[in-house]
Design a protein around this ligand. Structure first.
Ligand SMILES: *Cc1c(COP(=O)(O)O)cnc(C)c1O
Length: 406
């Protein structure tokens, strides 16, 4: 992989017409180690956030020994980078053939469920393979009510009373039983984990046996950009969130059992930026070579504010306007699909023009893992970059949270 000091150097050297992912392995290791130091248990990286081999490999180098996986593709991706990493199969609704593959081929022994039918599937496989249920830890996923940018409790999770029933049933069959939750992604309310811990505590106090572990899921917020015209939301820092979580874990008495977290976004967001090219400027509209069907579907939902900066094409000799004047542009994606328009404007210098590049920062999570081959576009160019995004020059623009009229 080619290596550059920053995205600007990469853009000037490569003059890329296709999107380029700028990977920062040092940043990834730093954010990963920082999380592992702060969390008082096992860190299982959520592979769906960004499952590229280079990411998984770098995480193994950083000391990650466990991964949260959800599909045969993810089992294989983890096995490819590490023959002995532990895998936690934390998808509550699975195909029976995938459960079999997990137990038989990949040796997975940690699994989550939120319904009795899933226990039936699991037990069928366990019996067929003649595995002692006592070797398997089943985490019962508890429904949580949180406040996250991406709410997930509507889709998965057993209500507390039903979770008690499921736990008892698992215990009777001989499984080891843990409790887990996943509060959604990019939490927006620091009380979210405490509420989930209270539910887990309620369940634990009503089961007739000892719970073997607690998995607090993901949801830890990553840093994004900030619209300078808006008041910064009152959100504690990651360090504060983590120390409060540790305190709450102790308060509820969960600190004496094995703990697991499944962070994704918070570990990988800062490790990538993306260089896109302006294929056309039409007034206040920019047509770029990426979009909602490639790396920008997460931003399309408009829930995160991505930091961005222009990388001017040095070949453009004359420009109109003042480069210090930051104005909103509607950003149109690469495909011929008319919905491929970002829902929020990007604020950039008014001098930006056809042929310039834009570096979009902190885009390592839920970006390239969600890209499609729609319309024949599939960005797949990676370079290594040695300086963090924040140090690559002033952040001039950002995807605003405000909508823009045509
Ligand atoms: C997606 C997911 C995660 C990771 O969530 P982040 O918000 O990216 O940390 C963790 N656990 C489960 C079960 C998930 O589905």
């Amino acid at each position: 992989m080619q290596r550059f000091e920053n995205a600007r150097a990469a853009a000037h050297e490569l003059r890329p017409d296709d999107p380029v992912y700028c990977f920062r392995p040092a940043v990834l290791k730093e954010d990963c180690r920082r999380f592992m130091e702060m969390f008082p248990g096992k860190t299982a990286y959520a592979v769906k956030t960004n499952g590229e081999t280079l990411v998984l490999k770098t995480l193994v180098e950083a000391g990650v020994t466990a991964f949260d996986v959800a599909s045969p593709g993810e089992f294989e991706a983890v096995r490819e980078v590490s023959p002995d990493a532990e895998m936690l199969y934390m998808h509550p609704v699975k195909a029976q053939s995938h459960i079999r593959l997990a137990l038989e081929k990949y040796g997975i022994r940690v699994i989550s469920i939120d319904h009795e039918d899933e226990i039936t599937k699991l037990t069928r496989v366990v019996r067929a393979l003649d595995i002692d249920p006592g070797q398997i830890t089943v985490f019962v996923r508890i429904q949580t009510k949180g406040s996250a940018a991406y709410e997930l409790s509507k889709k998965f999770g057993a209500g507390p009373a039903y979770a008690v029933e499921l736990s008892e049933r698992l215990n009777r069959t001989g499984y080891k039983v843990g409790l887990c939750f996943h509060v959604g992604s990019q939490i927006e309310d620091p009380d979210t984990y405490e509420r989930a811990l209270a539910s887990a505590d309620w369940v634990r106090n009503r089961v007739s046996f000892d719970i073997v572990g607690l998995d607090v899921g993901g949801g830890f917020p990553a840093e994004y950009g900030q619209d300078p015209r808006k008041r910064k939301p009152d959100m504690p820092s990651l360090g504060q969130i983590m120390s409060r979580l540790s305190g709450d874990i102790r308060e509820y008495g969960f600190h004496e059992m094995p703990l697991v977290a499944e962070p994704g976004r918070v570990i990988v967001a800062r490790a990538f930026s993306l260089i896109v090219r302006v294929l056309m400027r039409k007034g206040r509209r920019l047509y770029i070579n990426d979009g909602i069907w490639a790396s920008l579907s997460d931003s399309w939902t408009g829930k995160i504010t991505l930091p961005a900066r222009i990388i001017p094409d040095p070949a453009i000799r004359s420009r109109n306007g003042d480069s210090a004047n930051i104005v909103p542009f509607k950003v149109c994606g690469a495909t011929c699909d008319s919905v491929d328009i970002l829902s929020r404007p990007f604020w950039l210098p008014e001098t930006i023009d056809t042929g310039d590049w834009i570096e979009i920062g902190n885009i390592g999570a839920y970006s390239l893992s969600l890209r499609t081959r729609f319309n024949g576009f599939y960005p797949d160019t990676f370079v290594e970059v040695t300086t963090p995004f924040e140090e690559g020059g002033a952040v001039e623009g950002f995807a605003s949270l405000e909508t823009m009229a045509d």
